[in-house]
Design a binder for this molecule. Structure first.
Ligand SMILES: [Zn+2]
Ligand SMILES: [Zn+2]
Length: 342
């Protein structure tokens, strides 16, 4: 089968690799679409990926083969696959902290979504494969995983009806956090970014205010919209510690700042925080990474019902053969979500 194999920074090659073989509790999925996520690119850029590996984790496709013991699926089922499954029984799972679960971190699809076929291990078959309806396209279904990460961030941040939420960073995950915050009842959702292309898409998907931070003073604007208080929640949807500092300035007393951007790879100065912000201003700083199966199912329903709009966020589609062209588009920033059609 064809797959995009990672070798080094900027070195991805289309190659023929062995189609994975499945066990009795596993399924083989013919991948139809896979989103290209910035975390995939960070893994490549900062060499956290192993040379010879296949990346890609925002996956949808059709069931091509089922193991003899698999009951939940039939050949031809249209599915979306979440690539990590928690055990459900360890200390972390018992505390609803599934992304810390050892099995969660260990499990994955084989070899990765930038390939024609993936083997889905039994842990995933049981918990994290969702059948998608005919009216949901494969491209839209690739957005369930990132939406699930936003669902987790917004529910961890306990957004309440009437809240004002500021999202710093208007990339795909920023806009998903903004839309999920609206679905959770936030009445003013503000996105700040410095690319006009992204601002336009933010407006298209129903964000209340989308500001270009190069042209608008974000702090003043947010205070203007909140009787001077500041935002109830600020989501940091970029891996930038200066964005966190900005968020701490704009959050209201007693509000929350949720760190969401993937800081694992992008070298950043440590945060320099005045403890009084936490003590006297009662600001809570939290983080959110990954998603649990229940976040995945919630995200599926939010997309299926149209509460989270993903169609307008998919600005580019490429076949596997044009993977490097897709990377060029992503680095130009004149795009939102870029999806491979496989
Ligand atoms: Zn992702
Ligand atoms: Zn566990």
């Amino acid at each position: 089968m064809k797959a995009i194999v990672y070798y080094d920074v900027g070195d991805f090659r289309l190659e023929d690799v062995a189609t994975p073989k499945i066990g009795s509790k596993e399924i083989l999925v013919r991948v139809r679409a896979c989103g290209i996520c910035s975390t995939d690119l960070y893994r490549a850029e900062y060499r956290r990926a192993k040379p010879g590996s296949v990346l890609g984790h925002e996956i949808s496709g059709e069931v091509a083969e089922i193991g003899s013991e698999v009951k939940r699926f039939n050949i031809g089922d249209r599915v979306a696959v979440l690539h990590h499954a928690p055990c459900g029984a360890c200390y972390y799972c018992m505390h609803a902290q599934e992304p810390l679960c050892d099995q969660y971190r260990r499990t994955n699809v084989d070899p990765g979504g930038f390939a024609e076929y993936i083997r889905v291990p039994s842990e995933l078959v049981e918990k994290t494969v969702v059948k998608i309806p005919e009216k949901m396209s494969f491209e839209e279904a690739t957005m369930i995983e990132p939406t699930a990460c936003a669902v987790r961030a917004i529910s961890k941040s306990r957004v309440s009806p009437g809240d004002t939420v500021l999202v710093i960073g208007g990339g795909p995950l920023g806009l998903l956090n903004a839309q999920v915050a609206k679905a959770y009842g936030a009445t003013q959702v503000i996105v700040s970014d410095h690319h006009d292309f992204r601002i336009k898409i933010a407006e298209k998907v129903g964000v209340d205010y989308a500001f270009n931070s190069k042209k608008t003073n974000i702090e003043e604007s947010v205070r203007g919209l909140t009787d001077g208080r500041g935002a109830d929640l600020v989501v940091i949807a970029v891996a930038s510690s200066s964005a966190v500092q900005e968020g701490l300035k704009i959050v209201r007393w007693g509000g929350k700042v949720c760190i969401f951007g993937d800081f694992r790879d992008v070298p950043q100065p440590n945060l320099d925080i005045d403890p009084k912000i936490i003590l006297r201003d009662d600001v809570t700083i939290l983080g959110s990474w990954g998603c649990a199966p229940y976040d995945y199912y919630a995200a599926f329903n939010l997309i299926k019902s149209g509460r989270v709009k993903v169609k307008d966020m998919i600005t580019h589609k490429f076949p596997l053969e044009q993977f490097n062209e897709a990377l060029r588009v992503i680095s130009s920033r004149e795009c939102m979500r870029v999806v491979l059609e496989i």
